[in-house]
Write a new protein. Structure first.
Length: 82
């Protein structure tokens, strides 16, 4: 199954590790560190020009998506991801 993350970006559902609301970046020290490390390793991709609403973590990359975490969760049909 494929998941549309916004813009022209689509991933395989099997690559998905986690979906977070963008607010976690401000409220969690561990999340900040994880994203900072991913930025240093050039593993972060911002999708589109809109403000990001969610962070999608895959096996290889971290995506800033303009689609809300709730909407992405619905697209995955996975209840435990949020």
């Amino acid at each position: 199954m494929y998941i549309h993350l916004g813009g022209e970006k689509v991933i395989l559902s099997s690559e998905l590790v986690a979906i977070f609301d963008i607010s976690i970046e401000k409220s969690s020290k561990i999340s900040k560190q994880y994203v900072s490390h991913a930025i240093k390793d050039k593993q972060v991709m911002r999708i589109g020009e809109e403000d990001p609403k969610s962070i999608v973590v895959t096996e290889d990359k971290v995506y800033y998506s303009p689609i809300s975490s709730a909407t992405l969760k619905k697209k995955t049909n996975i209840q435990s991801m949020l």
